[in-house]
Each structure stands twice: as C-alpha cells, then as structure tokens.
Design a protein around this ligand. Structure first.
Ligand code: 2IT
Length: 447
C-alpha cells in the first residue's frame, strides 16, 4: 500500500471532500509502514475497503418554524464500519454539515471506538440544520422530523446515535420521544446521552471533557510533568469545553480562556464554578456567543472580539470546539507565548501543519481520537447498563472511564514509542485503532 497512490485515487473520486481526504491521509501516513509488514492486509484490500463507508443514508427533513414557514434541511447517517461492533457515533447539527464532514467524522470514529476497548463500530450523522437563534419548540419540531426518517435505520444492536456539536441532552430527549412513538418499543439502548431518569448514564454529559483531562494527566505523567497550577486555554463553551473546564479546575489547573465564534474571553483569575455553570445557560440559549460570559461576569472575564483562545498565554491548549480550529499560525503564537502541550479534544481540531509544527518544536501533542474517546466510551457504558436494565453509580462509571483512558494511553505508547523514547501519539493512536479493525475485517472475510 502506498498512501500517495490511494490518496490520488480518492482525490480524483471525491475532489470536494476536503475534511474526509485530510482525515484519511493522516491515518494512512501513520499506518503505512506497519500495514506493509502484513501482506494478508494488502491481499484482502483492507485499506481500500476501510476508507469507504458501509452505507450512507441521505434524507430530506421538512419542518415548520415559529412563524409558520416551511423549512427544509438535509439529514444524513453514515454507517462507516461495523467490524468490531454495531455502528456507533454522534449526530451533528450545524449549518456547515456536509457529507464530507460526516465522512471524516465517521472514519475517525471507527478508530476512536476501537481504542476504547469496547465493541463498537463507527458511524456519524447529522444535519445542516442551524440551531443558532432557534426556539426550543423549533428544536423539538426539527428533532421529531429528523427522527421520522432516521428511526428505521437504527437500533440498539444495529446503530446507536448520540450527541455531537449542536446535539445535547435536550435534543436526544426529543429524538428519543419520536423514536419510541414510531418503533412502538422501549428500546432504551437505541440512543446514548439520554436523561438520567430514562436510561442515561451518570457522567455521560461530563465524560468527553473528564476523559480528555484523564488522558492529559497520563500524557503529562509520562513526560515527567503535572497539571497542577498550569494555565489552560480552551476553545468553545459547549458540552465538551464545560466538562474539560470542570475537571481541569478540579485537578488544580487554572482555565484562563474560553472562546466562541464571536471571540475569546480571557479569565486572568481562572474560571470559577459559577462561570462553569453559566456555560450551560449559554449553550441552552442557542445564541452561540461567548461574549455573554463577559457580560455576566464583568471584570472577571474579558471579551475580545475576533480573537481565538490561542492568543491567550497558557501552558496547555485544549481545542474543544470544531475541526481545523487551530492553524499553524495559532500553533506558532501558542509556542511564542510559552505553551508546551496541546491535547486535541475536538475531532481533528488541529490543521495538519499545526500538528507538524507541534511535533517538530518539542510541544507535546495528542490527537482527538485518543483524547476525546471518553465520550463515546461512556456511551458504550450506557449501552451496557441499558442492556442489563441497571444503572451504575457515578463512582463506578468514573472508575471505568479512568481505566479506559489509561488503556488508550497505554495503546498509544505501545504503538507510538519512537527510537528516541518519545511518544508519537498520532501514530500510536492510528496504528492501535487500525490494527484492531483490520484484524476483525480480515477474520470476517470479504464482505
Ligand atoms: O465524537 C464523538 O465521539 C461523539 N460525538 C460521541 C459519540 C457517541 O456515540 O457518544
């Protein structure tokens, strides 16, 4: 297998799918050497099969807004790979959603889910529906219309969607309500991220952020460092940023920046529990403005329009928002301001040139598919609880999440340790995830 040849073919076939091509290129570059030591992979055309989704559902979603006007959006579910378990992955509601974006996310999800140690295949879905400025009723009507099309593509042993950007507990509730009505079954395990009184797992809302910080702790420990007293800049203020800020604070770090599409809020004294709670209010408002934090906490949070979190001096950068949110220029600015570690919490949050810069300038870096896997892992734990008709305590879930993040870190070290003793976490995560999926595909024959 030659990465260049496969990429040339995919570029010719999908010339407009930039994010998808970017994600595939990163994985293929990492695995090429190992892959070529396994002629049985080459013979079974594992890579050629793995880069294509098993199937893609595309559907029209029509709903009526608060003014009585008919609105039409597109909905998608991409079932990417089911070699090691049923399709599993989130739904993204965002105005920029395209098949390319969901294909990149589904591809990444396949390897991430393999890293969790749990039996889950990879999927992603969503819509170009824009939640910004929508009322609660509009969100509900959209979710119901979306599920009207999706419901018979999914099932607790078939495909289990969850949240992602623009889809949180509220949306999962509305989606589940309509699913139940259509399926006429209480299939609790068909969605994860549910409410606590109807099958949701304790700690699922926190899990992506908490898991990211547990992973960061392991990475820092391995490098002989600790998180206590360190300054953390994070982007976004949604569910993931909220969990990350909570745990970073708990572990003794100081969160000095959060951001939004409108700009950055610098918090020189470090984020407070009141501010962390207010992030939830900001998310629920659908305004999508981080300036609201500065308006609520004048003097403590200082808003600058048009700037990113990466302009604020920090030790550790945690991208928690969107793909490609951190560019090479941002990486250079971070380094110039003293940053020495970046753990990607968003999926593909850093541009390839930024990762290259980090890796060649002694900045510790780990990729999203390892760092943020605690979210989907806890979804996996929710599925187990649902299948057993029980619920675990917060302590039990947290212990399991800890164990999983430790194991993901160990897999990265196993497959990513370089001759000089440092760990290439990108390589480690990609090879570990790939080997598991490839082996399963091989054993299941040519399907
Ligand atoms: O990117 C992700 O891993 C998620 N959005 C969570 C997916 C899930 O099934 O919990």
């Amino acid at each position: 297998m030659k990465t260049q040849d496969i990429m040339a073919r995919l570029q010719a076939k999908y010339p407009l799918e930039k994010e998808y091509l970017q994600a595939v290129q990163e994985v293929l570059e990492s695995i090429e050497e190992v892959y070529n030591q396994h002629p049985e992979f080459e013979k079974a055309k594992i890579v050629e099969r793995m880069v294509e989704p098993d199937r893609i559902f595309t559907f029209r979603v029509t709903w009526v807004d608060d003014r009585g006007e008919v609105q039409t959006n597109l909905g998608y579910r991409i079932q990417f790979n089911s070699a090691i378990g049923p399709y599993k992955g989130g739904l993204r509601f965002h105005k920029a959603v395209t098949p390319s974006m969901l294909k990149f996310l589904g591809f990444e999800q396949t390897f991430k889910n393999a890293l969790t140690t749990l039996p889950m295949g990879g999927a992603k879905g969503g819509s170009d529906f824009d939640p910004v400025g929508k009322s609660n009723d509009e969100i509900m009507r959209f979710c119901q219309a979306f599920m009207l099309e999706l419901w018979n593509c999914i099932g607790p042993d078939q495909d289990i969607p969850a949240g992602d950007v623009g889809v949180g507990g509220r949306e999962i509730g509305y989606l589940y309500g309509m699913y139940k009505k259509l399926a006429r079954q209480y299939n609790t395990g068909v969605l994860t991220g549910k409410g606590g009184t109807w099958g949701g797992s304790i700690l699922r809302p926190e899990a992506t952020g908490f898991g990211a910080l547990y992973f960061t702790q392991h990475l820092l420990h391995k490098a002989g460092k600790s998180i206590e007293g360190k300054k953390v800049a994070l982007s976004g203020f949604g569910n993931v940023a909220w969990g990350a800020a909570t745990k970073a604070r708990e572990l003794g770090a100081k969160v000095v920046a959060i951001s939004g599409p409108d700009g950055v809020c610098e918090i020189p004294g470090g984020i407070t529990p009141e501010m962390i709670d207010y992030m939830l209010v900001m998310r629920a408002s659908n305004r999508n403005k981080v300036q609201d934090m500065a308006d609520k906490f004048p003097g403590e949070a200082i808003f600058t329009a048009g700037k990113k979190a990466w302009s604020i001096p920090c030790d550790i950068a945690l991208p928690c928002a969107f793909q490609n949110e951190l560019s090479e220029d941002d990486a250079k600015e971070l380094k110039a301001n003293g940053c020495w570690c970046c753990c990607e919490v968003s999926n593909m949050g850093c541009q390839p040139e930024a990762i290259h810069f980090f890796q060649h300038n002694g900045i510790l870096f780990a990729p999203g598919k390892a760092v943020n896997a605690g979210g989907v892992a806890t979804s996996g734990l929710e599925m187990t609880q649902n299948a057993e008709h029980i619920s675990w305590s917060g302590k039990e879930v947290d212990e399991k999440l800890h164990f999983i993040m430790k194991s993901i870190h160990e897999q990265c070290v196993k497959f990513g340790t370089q001759p000089d003793g440092t760990v290439d976490y990108v390589k480690g995560a990609n090879i570990a995830g790939f080997m598991k999926v490839a082996q399963a595909m091989l054993e299941q024959g040519t399907v």
